[in-house]
Unconditional design. Structure first.
Length: 127
């Protein structure tokens, strides 16, 4: 009887872990769909960066963090990578005067410009 209980417990934990990982991947997939629906606005040079950041915060972040209170915080790298991709699209490249060429913003430069917590830190604080 005890052996059966341990087996069921392991199966339940495995199912719970796999289900949460697929839920996180599904959230990232849905946020990515939202991101690609907004590409026309994010690429538009006539729309200010401030408005693009508000658009990201109100649509993409909400889609990504929906029901995040129930997640196990093990796979944060995927969310941070996705968030950096969106910020780099919005902020665009910068010209490096020393090397005399264009380059993408680094992780630290992004959050210095945006002045906002990362998506994982925001989720952690909302718990």
């Amino acid at each position: 009887m005890i052996h059966l209980f341990l087996h069921i417990s392991k199966t339940h934990n495995y199912y719970y872990t796999v289900n949460k990982q697929t839920d996180l991947q599904g959230r990232i997939k849905n946020a990515n769909k939202t991101y690609f629906m907004l590409q026309r606005f994010l690429k538009n040079k006539n729309i200010s960066k401030k408005l693009k950041l508000r658009l990201k915060n109100t649509t993409i972040d909400i889609t990504l963090t929906y029901a995040s209170e129930t997640w196990i915080q093990t796979e944060t790298k995927q969310m941070n990578t996705f968030e950096k991709k969106v910020y780099r699209r919005i902020l665009g490249p910068v010209y490096d005067n020393k090397k005399e060429k264009w380059r993408i913003l680094t992780y630290k430069e992004i959050y210095a410009v945006v002045k906002k917590l990362t998506i994982t830190e925001t989720i952690r604080l909302n718990r």
